[in-house]
Design a protein around this ligand. Structure first.
Ligand code: SF4
Length: 586
Protein backbone atom coordinates (compact mmCIF):
# COMPACT_ATOMS: atom_id res chain seq x y z
CA UNK A 1 0.00 0.00 0.00
CA UNK A 2 1.39 3.44 -0.85
CA UNK A 3 0.66 4.65 2.65
CA UNK A 4 3.75 2.89 4.00
CA UNK A 5 6.05 5.37 2.34
CA UNK A 6 4.07 8.38 3.41
CA UNK A 7 3.83 7.57 7.08
CA UNK A 8 7.53 7.27 7.80
CA UNK A 9 9.90 10.18 8.21
CA UNK A 10 12.62 7.59 7.75
CA UNK A 11 13.93 7.13 4.18
CA UNK A 12 15.33 3.58 3.77
CA UNK A 13 17.23 4.49 0.58
CA UNK A 14 19.68 6.69 2.42
CA UNK A 15 20.52 3.71 4.65
CA UNK A 16 20.67 1.02 1.98
CA UNK A 17 24.37 0.07 2.46
CA UNK A 18 23.70 -0.89 6.09
CA UNK A 19 20.08 -1.92 5.82
CA UNK A 20 20.27 -4.30 2.85
CA UNK A 21 22.78 -6.74 4.44
CA UNK A 22 20.70 -6.72 7.62
CA UNK A 23 17.50 -7.58 5.73
CA UNK A 24 19.30 -10.32 3.82
CA UNK A 25 20.54 -11.86 7.03
CA UNK A 26 17.11 -11.58 8.66
CA UNK A 27 15.41 -13.31 5.73
CA UNK A 28 17.69 -16.32 6.29
CA UNK A 29 17.21 -16.35 10.07
CA UNK A 30 15.08 -19.23 11.39
CA UNK A 31 11.65 -18.10 12.59
CA UNK A 32 11.21 -17.47 16.35
CA UNK A 33 14.96 -16.95 16.85
CA UNK A 34 14.58 -13.80 18.96
CA UNK A 35 18.17 -13.86 20.18
CA UNK A 36 19.51 -14.25 16.66
CA UNK A 37 17.36 -11.33 15.59
CA UNK A 38 18.74 -9.06 18.30
CA UNK A 39 22.28 -10.16 17.46
CA UNK A 40 21.87 -9.32 13.79
CA UNK A 41 20.34 -5.93 14.51
CA UNK A 42 23.32 -5.09 16.74
CA UNK A 43 25.76 -6.35 14.12
CA UNK A 44 24.34 -3.98 11.46
CA UNK A 45 24.05 -0.57 13.12
CA UNK A 46 22.76 2.53 11.41
CA UNK A 47 25.86 4.48 10.21
CA UNK A 48 27.30 4.00 13.65
CA UNK A 49 24.37 6.03 15.05
CA UNK A 50 22.34 3.57 17.04
CA UNK A 51 20.38 0.57 15.83
CA UNK A 52 17.65 0.22 13.24
CA UNK A 53 14.14 0.08 14.70
CA UNK A 54 11.99 -2.82 13.62
CA UNK A 55 9.62 -0.41 11.91
CA UNK A 56 12.60 0.92 9.89
CA UNK A 57 13.66 -2.57 8.90
CA UNK A 58 10.14 -3.35 7.70
CA UNK A 59 10.09 -0.07 5.77
CA UNK A 60 13.43 -1.08 4.24
CA UNK A 61 12.07 -4.45 3.15
CA UNK A 62 9.23 -2.73 1.31
CA UNK A 63 11.14 0.21 -0.15
CA UNK A 64 14.32 -1.59 -1.24
CA UNK A 65 12.82 -4.14 -3.56
CA UNK A 66 10.11 -5.95 -1.64
CA UNK A 67 9.37 -9.65 -2.05
CA UNK A 68 10.96 -9.83 -5.52
CA UNK A 69 14.36 -8.71 -4.25
CA UNK A 70 14.46 -10.56 -0.96
CA UNK A 71 12.89 -13.82 -2.08
CA UNK A 72 10.61 -13.92 0.96
CA UNK A 73 6.95 -13.19 1.56
CA UNK A 74 6.45 -9.81 3.18
CA UNK A 75 3.98 -11.16 5.70
CA UNK A 76 6.46 -13.84 6.86
CA UNK A 77 9.18 -11.26 7.19
CA UNK A 78 6.92 -8.87 9.05
CA UNK A 79 5.66 -11.66 11.30
CA UNK A 80 9.25 -12.43 12.22
CA UNK A 81 9.81 -8.87 13.38
CA UNK A 82 6.34 -8.17 14.67
CA UNK A 83 6.19 -6.50 18.05
CA UNK A 84 3.57 -7.42 20.62
CA UNK A 85 1.82 -9.95 18.39
CA UNK A 86 -0.78 -10.69 21.04
CA UNK A 87 -2.69 -7.52 20.25
CA UNK A 88 -3.91 -8.75 16.88
CA UNK A 89 -4.27 -12.44 17.72
CA UNK A 90 -7.98 -12.14 18.32
CA UNK A 91 -8.53 -11.69 14.61
CA UNK A 92 -8.93 -7.93 14.48
CA UNK A 93 -6.74 -4.97 15.30
CA UNK A 94 -8.11 -2.95 18.24
CA UNK A 95 -7.91 0.84 18.16
CA UNK A 96 -8.83 2.46 21.48
CA UNK A 97 -9.98 6.08 21.44
CA UNK A 98 -11.01 8.49 24.14
CA UNK A 99 -13.77 11.05 23.93
CA UNK A 100 -12.86 14.47 25.23
CA UNK A 101 -13.36 15.62 28.84
CA UNK A 102 -17.05 16.15 29.36
CA UNK A 103 -19.47 16.14 32.31
CA UNK A 104 -20.81 12.75 33.41
CA UNK A 105 -24.18 12.18 35.05
CA UNK A 106 -22.58 9.69 37.47
CA UNK A 107 -21.30 10.64 40.93
CA UNK A 108 -19.62 7.34 41.76
CA UNK A 109 -17.39 7.58 44.81
CA UNK A 110 -14.65 5.37 43.37
CA UNK A 111 -14.33 7.30 40.09
CA UNK A 112 -11.20 9.41 39.48
CA UNK A 113 -11.61 13.14 38.89
CA UNK A 114 -8.84 14.13 36.53
CA UNK A 115 -10.22 17.19 34.79
CA UNK A 116 -7.70 16.82 31.96
CA UNK A 117 -9.40 13.57 30.98
CA UNK A 118 -12.88 12.22 30.23
CA UNK A 119 -14.46 11.03 33.49
CA UNK A 120 -12.91 7.95 35.07
CA UNK A 121 -9.60 8.14 33.15
CA UNK A 122 -6.20 9.28 34.37
CA UNK A 123 -3.66 11.18 32.32
CA UNK A 124 -1.01 8.55 33.09
CA UNK A 125 -2.84 5.63 31.50
CA UNK A 126 -1.15 4.74 28.19
CA UNK A 127 -4.29 5.09 26.05
CA UNK A 128 -5.23 8.33 27.79
CA UNK A 129 -1.81 9.80 27.11
CA UNK A 130 -2.13 9.01 23.43
CA UNK A 131 -5.56 10.61 23.30
CA UNK A 132 -4.32 13.79 24.98
CA UNK A 133 -1.34 13.95 22.61
CA UNK A 134 -3.91 13.97 19.80
CA UNK A 135 -6.06 16.61 21.56
CA UNK A 136 -8.82 13.97 21.81
CA UNK A 137 -9.46 14.43 18.12
CA UNK A 138 -10.97 11.18 16.76
CA UNK A 139 -9.34 11.52 13.33
CA UNK A 140 -5.86 12.09 14.75
CA UNK A 141 -6.23 9.35 17.33
CA UNK A 142 -7.34 6.80 14.73
CA UNK A 143 -4.90 7.76 11.98
CA UNK A 144 -1.86 7.94 14.25
CA UNK A 145 -2.72 4.66 15.93
CA UNK A 146 -3.01 2.93 12.58
CA UNK A 147 0.33 4.34 11.62
CA UNK A 148 1.90 3.07 14.82
CA UNK A 149 0.42 -0.39 14.25
CA UNK A 150 1.60 -0.49 10.69
CA UNK A 151 5.10 0.65 11.61
CA UNK A 152 5.48 -2.32 13.91
CA UNK A 153 4.21 -4.78 11.38
CA UNK A 154 0.57 -5.28 12.28
CA UNK A 155 -2.06 -5.50 9.58
CA UNK A 156 -4.61 -2.70 9.81
CA UNK A 157 -7.25 -3.77 7.32
CA UNK A 158 -9.74 -4.98 9.94
CA UNK A 159 -10.12 -2.66 12.87
CA UNK A 160 -12.27 -2.69 15.99
CA UNK A 161 -12.90 0.83 17.25
CA UNK A 162 -13.19 0.91 21.04
CA UNK A 163 -14.46 4.28 22.23
CA UNK A 164 -13.90 4.97 25.92
CA UNK A 165 -14.53 7.87 28.24
CA UNK A 166 -17.22 8.94 30.69
CA UNK A 167 -20.76 8.07 29.66
CA UNK A 168 -21.11 7.92 25.87
CA UNK A 169 -24.88 8.37 25.98
CA UNK A 170 -24.47 11.69 27.81
CA UNK A 171 -22.43 13.31 25.02
CA UNK A 172 -24.58 15.37 22.66
CA UNK A 173 -25.82 13.46 19.65
CA UNK A 174 -24.13 15.77 17.08
CA UNK A 175 -20.81 15.07 18.86
CA UNK A 176 -21.44 11.33 18.78
CA UNK A 177 -22.12 11.43 15.03
CA UNK A 178 -19.05 13.59 14.43
CA UNK A 179 -16.82 11.37 16.56
CA UNK A 180 -17.79 8.17 14.74
CA UNK A 181 -17.68 9.87 11.34
CA UNK A 182 -14.17 11.18 11.92
CA UNK A 183 -12.94 7.75 13.05
CA UNK A 184 -14.34 6.25 9.85
CA UNK A 185 -12.84 9.08 7.76
CA UNK A 186 -9.44 8.32 9.26
CA UNK A 187 -9.77 4.60 8.55
CA UNK A 188 -10.86 5.18 4.96
CA UNK A 189 -8.17 7.80 4.35
CA UNK A 190 -5.45 5.64 5.85
CA UNK A 191 -6.54 2.69 3.74
CA UNK A 192 -6.33 4.89 0.63
CA UNK A 193 -2.88 6.25 1.52
CA UNK A 194 -4.28 9.71 2.23
CA UNK A 195 -3.12 11.82 5.15
CA UNK A 196 -5.87 14.22 6.21
CA UNK A 197 -4.37 15.14 9.55
CA UNK A 198 -3.68 18.72 8.55
CA UNK A 199 -7.44 19.33 8.28
CA UNK A 200 -8.18 17.59 11.59
CA UNK A 201 -8.02 18.96 15.08
CA UNK A 202 -10.95 20.02 17.18
CA UNK A 203 -10.95 23.04 19.43
CA UNK A 204 -8.65 22.56 22.43
CA UNK A 205 -10.92 20.47 24.60
CA UNK A 206 -9.15 19.80 27.89
CA UNK A 207 -10.03 21.60 31.09
CA UNK A 208 -7.08 23.28 32.77
CA UNK A 209 -5.69 22.26 36.13
CA UNK A 210 -4.53 19.26 38.07
CA UNK A 211 -6.65 16.30 39.21
CA UNK A 212 -9.05 17.24 42.00
CA UNK A 213 -8.40 16.26 45.60
CA UNK A 214 -10.81 13.45 46.44
CA UNK A 215 -10.62 14.05 50.18
CA UNK A 216 -12.19 17.49 49.84
CA UNK A 217 -14.49 16.92 46.97
CA UNK A 218 -18.11 17.61 46.41
CA UNK A 219 -19.65 15.31 43.90
CA UNK A 220 -20.27 17.90 41.23
CA UNK A 221 -16.73 19.29 41.16
CA UNK A 222 -15.58 17.49 38.00
CA UNK A 223 -18.68 18.47 36.05
CA UNK A 224 -18.49 22.07 37.25
CA UNK A 225 -14.85 22.44 36.33
CA UNK A 226 -15.00 20.69 32.97
CA UNK A 227 -18.40 22.06 32.02
CA UNK A 228 -17.32 25.56 33.06
CA UNK A 229 -14.13 25.35 31.01
CA UNK A 230 -16.00 24.18 27.94
CA UNK A 231 -18.70 26.83 28.23
CA UNK A 232 -16.13 29.55 28.83
CA UNK A 233 -14.27 28.58 25.68
CA UNK A 234 -16.75 27.77 22.96
CA UNK A 235 -19.88 26.35 24.50
CA UNK A 236 -20.35 22.74 25.60
CA UNK A 237 -20.03 21.66 22.02
CA UNK A 238 -17.65 23.31 19.60
CA UNK A 239 -19.00 24.16 16.14
CA UNK A 240 -16.43 21.88 14.50
CA UNK A 241 -17.54 18.89 16.58
CA UNK A 242 -20.87 18.26 14.90
CA UNK A 243 -22.03 16.06 12.08
CA UNK A 244 -25.43 15.15 10.71
CA UNK A 245 -26.81 11.69 10.08
CA UNK A 246 -26.33 12.02 6.34
CA UNK A 247 -22.68 12.93 6.69
CA UNK A 248 -22.21 9.93 8.96
CA UNK A 249 -24.04 7.63 6.54
CA UNK A 250 -21.75 8.79 3.71
CA UNK A 251 -18.66 8.04 5.82
CA UNK A 252 -20.10 4.62 6.66
CA UNK A 253 -20.71 3.80 2.98
CA UNK A 254 -17.19 4.88 2.07
CA UNK A 255 -15.72 2.68 4.78
CA UNK A 256 -17.60 -0.43 3.56
CA UNK A 257 -15.00 -1.01 0.86
CA UNK A 258 -12.03 0.89 2.34
CA UNK A 259 -8.53 -0.53 2.75
CA UNK A 260 -8.89 -0.21 6.54
CA UNK A 261 -12.42 -1.13 7.64
CA UNK A 262 -14.31 -0.83 10.86
CA UNK A 263 -15.34 -4.41 11.73
CA UNK A 264 -16.56 -3.57 15.24
CA UNK A 265 -17.48 -0.45 17.18
CA UNK A 266 -17.97 -0.31 20.94
CA UNK A 267 -18.88 2.48 23.33
CA UNK A 268 -19.30 2.55 27.13
CA UNK A 269 -22.30 3.84 29.00
CA UNK A 270 -24.45 3.63 32.15
CA UNK A 271 -27.48 1.36 32.51
CA UNK A 272 -29.83 4.23 33.39
CA UNK A 273 -28.95 5.95 30.10
CA UNK A 274 -30.15 3.03 28.00
CA UNK A 275 -33.68 2.83 26.66
CA UNK A 276 -35.11 1.86 23.28
CA UNK A 277 -34.43 5.31 21.80
CA UNK A 278 -30.80 5.15 22.90
CA UNK A 279 -30.38 1.61 21.57
CA UNK A 280 -31.76 2.77 18.24
CA UNK A 281 -29.34 5.70 18.18
CA UNK A 282 -26.41 3.37 18.94
CA UNK A 283 -27.41 1.14 16.05
CA UNK A 284 -27.67 4.10 13.67
CA UNK A 285 -24.17 5.10 14.72
CA UNK A 286 -23.00 1.62 13.73
CA UNK A 287 -22.28 0.39 17.25
CA UNK A 288 -21.97 -3.39 17.61
CA UNK A 289 -20.91 -3.75 21.25
CA UNK A 290 -21.88 -1.86 24.39
CA UNK A 291 -19.74 -1.75 27.51
CA UNK A 292 -22.15 -1.37 30.38
CA UNK A 293 -21.07 -0.39 33.88
CA UNK A 294 -23.02 -2.64 36.24
CA UNK A 295 -20.38 -2.56 39.02
CA UNK A 296 -22.61 -4.53 41.41
CA UNK A 297 -25.85 -6.49 41.47
CA UNK A 298 -26.66 -5.33 44.99
CA UNK A 299 -28.87 -2.27 45.47
CA UNK A 300 -27.27 -1.60 48.85
CA UNK A 301 -23.82 -1.49 47.29
CA UNK A 302 -24.98 0.71 44.42
CA UNK A 303 -26.43 3.19 46.92
CA UNK A 304 -23.32 3.14 49.13
CA UNK A 305 -21.15 3.95 46.12
CA UNK A 306 -23.51 6.64 44.80
CA UNK A 307 -23.99 4.91 41.47
CA UNK A 308 -27.30 6.69 40.98
CA UNK A 309 -29.15 3.70 39.52
CA UNK A 310 -30.45 0.42 40.86
CA UNK A 311 -30.17 -3.20 39.78
CA UNK A 312 -33.55 -2.97 38.05
CA UNK A 313 -32.08 -0.34 35.69
CA UNK A 314 -29.22 -2.70 34.84
CA UNK A 315 -31.74 -5.46 34.16
CA UNK A 316 -33.74 -3.22 31.81
CA UNK A 317 -30.63 -2.04 29.98
CA UNK A 318 -29.45 -5.60 29.43
CA UNK A 319 -32.84 -6.66 28.10
CA UNK A 320 -33.07 -3.69 25.73
CA UNK A 321 -29.57 -4.00 24.34
CA UNK A 322 -29.83 -7.76 23.99
CA UNK A 323 -33.13 -7.44 22.16
CA UNK A 324 -31.40 -5.08 19.70
CA UNK A 325 -28.68 -7.70 19.20
CA UNK A 326 -25.71 -5.82 20.66
CA UNK A 327 -22.78 -7.71 22.07
CA UNK A 328 -22.70 -7.00 25.80
CA UNK A 329 -19.63 -6.35 27.86
CA UNK A 330 -20.32 -5.82 31.57
CA UNK A 331 -18.05 -4.01 34.00
CA UNK A 332 -18.16 -5.36 37.54
CA UNK A 333 -16.15 -4.21 40.56
CA UNK A 334 -14.84 -6.04 43.61
CA UNK A 335 -14.04 -4.37 46.92
CA UNK A 336 -16.59 -1.56 46.54
CA UNK A 337 -17.53 0.50 49.55
CA UNK A 338 -19.57 -1.82 51.79
CA UNK A 339 -18.47 -5.07 50.11
CA UNK A 340 -16.67 -8.03 51.67
CA UNK A 341 -14.82 -10.82 49.87
CA UNK A 342 -17.73 -13.18 50.62
CA UNK A 343 -20.38 -10.74 49.35
CA UNK A 344 -18.30 -10.18 46.22
CA UNK A 345 -18.09 -13.89 45.41
CA UNK A 346 -21.89 -14.16 45.79
CA UNK A 347 -22.51 -11.00 43.76
CA UNK A 348 -20.25 -12.19 40.96
CA UNK A 349 -22.05 -15.53 40.82
CA UNK A 350 -25.36 -13.71 40.19
CA UNK A 351 -23.93 -12.28 36.96
CA UNK A 352 -24.27 -15.71 35.41
CA UNK A 353 -26.92 -17.39 37.56
CA UNK A 354 -29.46 -14.69 36.76
CA UNK A 355 -30.67 -15.07 33.14
CA UNK A 356 -31.27 -11.32 32.94
CA UNK A 357 -27.49 -10.72 32.86
CA UNK A 358 -25.14 -13.38 31.48
CA UNK A 359 -22.81 -10.95 29.64
CA UNK A 360 -20.79 -11.96 26.58
CA UNK A 361 -17.67 -10.26 27.91
CA UNK A 362 -16.69 -9.01 31.31
CA UNK A 363 -14.19 -6.65 32.87
CA UNK A 364 -13.60 -7.37 36.53
CA UNK A 365 -12.12 -4.32 38.22
CA UNK A 366 -11.01 -4.51 41.84
CA UNK A 367 -11.65 -1.08 43.36
CA UNK A 368 -8.42 0.89 43.72
CA UNK A 369 -8.01 4.11 45.59
CA UNK A 370 -7.04 7.03 43.36
CA UNK A 371 -6.26 10.31 45.06
CA UNK A 372 -8.81 12.30 43.08
CA UNK A 373 -11.73 9.93 43.85
CA UNK A 374 -14.21 10.74 46.60
CA UNK A 375 -13.39 7.34 48.06
CA UNK A 376 -10.24 9.02 49.45
CA UNK A 377 -12.41 10.69 52.09
CA UNK A 378 -13.91 7.34 53.14
CA UNK A 379 -10.43 5.88 53.26
CA UNK A 380 -9.18 8.76 55.41
CA UNK A 381 -12.06 8.14 57.84
CA UNK A 382 -11.31 4.43 57.97
CA UNK A 383 -14.59 3.51 56.27
CA UNK A 384 -13.00 1.73 53.32
CA UNK A 385 -9.93 -0.49 53.12
CA UNK A 386 -8.52 -2.36 50.15
CA UNK A 387 -8.57 -6.14 50.43
CA UNK A 388 -5.27 -7.81 51.16
CA UNK A 389 -3.63 -9.58 48.20
CA UNK A 390 -4.79 -12.97 49.45
CA UNK A 391 -8.41 -11.87 49.86
CA UNK A 392 -8.45 -10.25 46.46
CA UNK A 393 -6.89 -13.28 44.83
CA UNK A 394 -9.62 -15.47 46.30
CA UNK A 395 -12.32 -13.23 44.82
CA UNK A 396 -10.65 -13.11 41.40
CA UNK A 397 -10.00 -16.86 41.31
CA UNK A 398 -13.62 -17.54 42.28
CA UNK A 399 -14.79 -15.18 39.53
CA UNK A 400 -12.53 -16.79 36.97
CA UNK A 401 -13.83 -20.21 37.88
CA UNK A 402 -17.47 -19.09 37.67
CA UNK A 403 -17.14 -17.40 34.27
CA UNK A 404 -18.84 -19.75 31.79
CA UNK A 405 -17.61 -20.87 28.38
CA UNK A 406 -19.65 -18.33 26.46
CA UNK A 407 -18.16 -15.31 28.26
CA UNK A 408 -14.77 -13.71 27.75
CA UNK A 409 -13.22 -12.35 30.92
CA UNK A 410 -11.30 -9.64 29.10
CA UNK A 411 -9.66 -7.90 32.03
CA UNK A 412 -9.20 -8.37 35.73
CA UNK A 413 -7.54 -5.10 36.66
CA UNK A 414 -7.61 -1.47 35.57
CA UNK A 415 -4.61 -0.12 33.67
CA UNK A 416 -3.69 2.56 36.26
CA UNK A 417 -0.01 3.35 36.77
CA UNK A 418 1.30 1.99 40.06
CA UNK A 419 2.12 5.52 41.28
CA UNK A 420 -1.52 6.63 40.82
CA UNK A 421 -2.77 3.88 43.11
CA UNK A 422 -2.88 5.19 46.68
CA UNK A 423 -4.25 1.92 48.05
CA UNK A 424 -5.23 -1.31 46.34
CA UNK A 425 -3.63 -4.06 44.32
CA UNK A 426 -0.70 -3.21 42.08
CA UNK A 427 -0.45 -6.74 40.71
CA UNK A 428 -0.72 -6.15 36.99
CA UNK A 429 -0.92 -9.89 36.14
CA UNK A 430 -3.71 -10.69 38.57
CA UNK A 431 -5.42 -13.01 36.10
CA UNK A 432 -2.27 -15.03 35.57
CA UNK A 433 -1.76 -15.41 39.32
CA UNK A 434 -5.40 -16.42 39.83
CA UNK A 435 -5.19 -18.91 36.95
CA UNK A 436 -2.09 -20.50 38.46
CA UNK A 437 -3.91 -20.84 41.75
CA UNK A 438 -6.90 -22.50 40.11
CA UNK A 439 -4.78 -24.91 38.14
CA UNK A 440 -2.74 -25.81 41.21
CA UNK A 441 -6.03 -26.82 42.84
CA UNK A 442 -6.84 -29.04 39.86
CA UNK A 443 -9.40 -26.65 38.34
CA UNK A 444 -9.13 -24.61 35.20
CA UNK A 445 -10.88 -21.53 33.81
CA UNK A 446 -13.32 -22.21 30.97
CA UNK A 447 -13.96 -18.70 29.71
CA UNK A 448 -13.35 -17.72 26.09
CA UNK A 449 -10.01 -16.11 26.78
CA UNK A 450 -8.64 -19.20 28.51
CA UNK A 451 -9.55 -21.39 25.55
CA UNK A 452 -8.97 -19.20 22.45
CA UNK A 453 -6.49 -20.73 20.02
CA UNK A 454 -4.32 -17.65 19.49
CA UNK A 455 -1.50 -18.51 17.09
CA UNK A 456 -1.39 -22.26 17.72
CA UNK A 457 -1.62 -24.56 14.70
CA UNK A 458 -4.68 -26.77 14.24
CA UNK A 459 -6.10 -29.24 11.74
CA UNK A 460 -9.35 -27.93 10.20
CA UNK A 461 -10.64 -31.47 9.59
CA UNK A 462 -10.31 -32.29 13.29
CA UNK A 463 -12.53 -29.44 14.48
CA UNK A 464 -15.76 -30.28 16.26
CA UNK A 465 -18.82 -28.02 16.38
CA UNK A 466 -20.50 -27.81 19.77
CA UNK A 467 -23.50 -25.73 20.84
CA UNK A 468 -24.06 -24.33 24.29
CA UNK A 469 -27.68 -23.25 24.79
CA UNK A 470 -28.74 -21.07 27.70
CA UNK A 471 -31.78 -18.95 28.55
CA UNK A 472 -31.65 -15.17 28.93
CA UNK A 473 -34.23 -12.66 30.10
CA UNK A 474 -35.48 -12.12 26.55
CA UNK A 475 -35.07 -15.51 24.89
CA UNK A 476 -32.53 -18.22 24.27
CA UNK A 477 -28.87 -17.94 23.33
CA UNK A 478 -27.03 -20.49 21.21
CA UNK A 479 -23.27 -20.26 21.53
CA UNK A 480 -21.89 -22.28 18.59
CA UNK A 481 -18.21 -23.07 18.84
CA UNK A 482 -15.60 -24.80 16.72
CA UNK A 483 -13.12 -26.54 19.00
CA UNK A 484 -9.93 -28.53 18.53
CA UNK A 485 -9.66 -32.02 20.09
CA UNK A 486 -7.56 -30.47 22.88
CA UNK A 487 -10.30 -27.97 23.78
CA UNK A 488 -9.00 -24.87 21.98
CA UNK A 489 -11.60 -22.43 20.73
CA UNK A 490 -11.07 -21.59 17.05
CA UNK A 491 -14.31 -19.79 16.15
CA UNK A 492 -17.69 -19.04 17.64
CA UNK A 493 -21.04 -17.48 16.85
CA UNK A 494 -23.68 -15.99 19.15
CA UNK A 495 -27.23 -16.66 17.97
CA UNK A 496 -30.16 -15.12 19.86
CA UNK A 497 -33.62 -16.66 19.51
CA UNK A 498 -35.77 -13.95 21.08
CA UNK A 499 -39.18 -14.46 22.60
CA UNK A 500 -39.69 -10.88 23.78
CA UNK A 501 -41.45 -8.60 21.26
CA UNK A 502 -39.25 -7.07 18.57
CA UNK A 503 -38.07 -3.54 19.41
CA UNK A 504 -38.26 -2.53 15.73
CA UNK A 505 -40.48 -3.58 12.81
CA UNK A 506 -37.26 -4.55 11.01
CA UNK A 507 -36.60 -7.30 13.59
CA UNK A 508 -40.12 -8.77 13.74
CA UNK A 509 -39.81 -12.54 13.34
CA UNK A 510 -35.99 -12.42 13.18
CA UNK A 511 -33.45 -14.55 14.93
CA UNK A 512 -30.31 -12.51 15.56
CA UNK A 513 -26.66 -13.22 14.95
CA UNK A 514 -24.98 -11.03 17.56
CA UNK A 515 -21.38 -11.97 16.88
CA UNK A 516 -19.23 -14.12 14.63
CA UNK A 517 -15.64 -14.42 15.75
CA UNK A 518 -12.91 -16.42 14.06
CA UNK A 519 -9.51 -16.46 15.72
CA UNK A 520 -6.13 -16.32 14.09
CA UNK A 521 -3.66 -13.51 13.69
CA UNK A 522 -5.37 -10.64 11.93
CA UNK A 523 -4.92 -10.92 8.20
CA UNK A 524 -5.37 -8.46 5.40
CA UNK A 525 -8.71 -8.44 3.64
CA UNK A 526 -8.67 -10.76 0.68
CA UNK A 527 -5.41 -12.51 1.60
CA UNK A 528 -5.67 -16.24 1.89
CA UNK A 529 -3.75 -18.74 3.93
CA UNK A 530 -5.04 -22.27 4.02
CA UNK A 531 -3.83 -22.81 7.59
CA UNK A 532 -5.33 -19.66 9.00
CA UNK A 533 -8.67 -20.07 10.73
CA UNK A 534 -10.00 -16.74 9.44
CA UNK A 535 -9.97 -18.13 5.93
CA UNK A 536 -10.96 -21.73 6.51
CA UNK A 537 -14.61 -20.85 5.87
CA UNK A 538 -15.42 -21.21 9.55
CA UNK A 539 -17.49 -18.03 9.69
CA UNK A 540 -19.61 -19.20 6.76
CA UNK A 541 -20.09 -22.65 8.29
CA UNK A 542 -21.14 -21.15 11.60
CA UNK A 543 -23.68 -18.94 9.84
CA UNK A 544 -25.12 -21.97 8.03
CA UNK A 545 -25.56 -23.80 11.34
CA UNK A 546 -27.14 -20.70 12.87
CA UNK A 547 -29.58 -20.46 9.95
CA UNK A 548 -30.55 -24.14 10.40
CA UNK A 549 -31.20 -23.65 14.10
CA UNK A 550 -33.21 -20.48 13.57
CA UNK A 551 -35.29 -22.15 10.84
CA UNK A 552 -35.93 -25.19 13.01
CA UNK A 553 -37.09 -22.89 15.80
CA UNK A 554 -39.66 -21.31 13.47
CA UNK A 555 -37.98 -18.01 12.59
CA UNK A 556 -38.50 -16.72 9.05
CA UNK A 557 -35.51 -14.41 9.00
CA UNK A 558 -31.93 -14.34 10.22
CA UNK A 559 -30.70 -10.83 10.99
CA UNK A 560 -27.10 -9.92 11.70
CA UNK A 561 -25.87 -6.84 13.56
CA UNK A 562 -23.00 -6.01 11.25
CA UNK A 563 -20.35 -3.32 11.46
CA UNK A 564 -19.95 -1.11 8.40
CA UNK A 565 -16.78 -2.94 7.42
CA UNK A 566 -18.39 -6.39 7.48
CA UNK A 567 -21.43 -5.51 5.36
CA UNK A 568 -19.74 -6.66 2.14
CA UNK A 569 -18.84 -9.98 3.76
CA UNK A 570 -22.44 -10.69 4.75
CA UNK A 571 -23.72 -9.65 1.32
CA UNK A 572 -21.38 -12.23 -0.19
CA UNK A 573 -23.09 -14.83 2.01
CA UNK A 574 -26.59 -13.99 0.80
CA UNK A 575 -27.59 -11.35 3.35
CA UNK A 576 -29.47 -8.30 2.07
CA UNK A 577 -29.19 -4.82 3.56
CA UNK A 578 -32.03 -3.65 5.77
CA UNK A 579 -32.22 -0.18 7.32
CA UNK A 580 -30.10 -1.15 10.37
CA UNK A 581 -29.32 -4.88 10.06
CA UNK A 582 -28.63 -7.32 7.27
CA UNK A 583 -31.06 -10.16 6.65
CA UNK A 584 -31.35 -13.59 5.13
CA UNK A 585 -34.74 -15.17 4.54
CA UNK A 586 -34.93 -18.65 6.01
S1 SF4 B 1 -20.79 6.71 35.52
FE1 SF4 B 1 -18.76 5.90 35.08
S2 SF4 B 1 -17.58 7.65 34.39
FE2 SF4 B 1 -19.41 8.48 35.37
S3 SF4 B 1 -18.83 8.84 37.50
FE3 SF4 B 1 -19.66 6.76 37.45
S4 SF4 B 1 -17.89 5.42 37.07
FE4 SF4 B 1 -17.27 7.51 36.60
Amino acid sequence: MPVARRVFDFDPRTHEPQLAPLIEALVRLPAHDARGLDRLVRRHPKHGRGLFRKSEIIAGFRALGGEARWGARERDFVARLRLRPVRTLSGVTPVTLLTRPFPCPGRCVFCPNDVRMPKSYLADEPGAQRAADNRFDPYLQTWNRLRAYREIGHPVEKVELIVLGGTWSFYPEPYQRWFVKRCLDALSDFGAGRDGRAQAGAAEPAAPGAPLDGRRLDRRAYNRRVGGALRGRAGLLHASERAGWQELAAAQRRNETAGARCVGLSVETRPDRVDAAEALRLRRLGVTKVQLGLQSLSDARLVANARGHDVAASRRAFATLRRFGFKLQAHWMANLLGATPASDVADFARLFEDPDFRPDELKLYPCMLIESAELAAYHARGQWRPYGEEQLLRVVAAGLERTPEYCRLSRVIRDFSAHDIVAGSRTANLREVAERRLRAAGRSPRDVRAREIRDRAFRPEALALRALVYPTGVGEEHFLQFETPDDRLVAFLRLALPRAPAPLPELAGSALVREVHVYGASQGLGRRDAHAPQHAGLGRRLLERAAERARAAGYADLAVISAVGTRAYYRSLGFADGPLYQHRRL
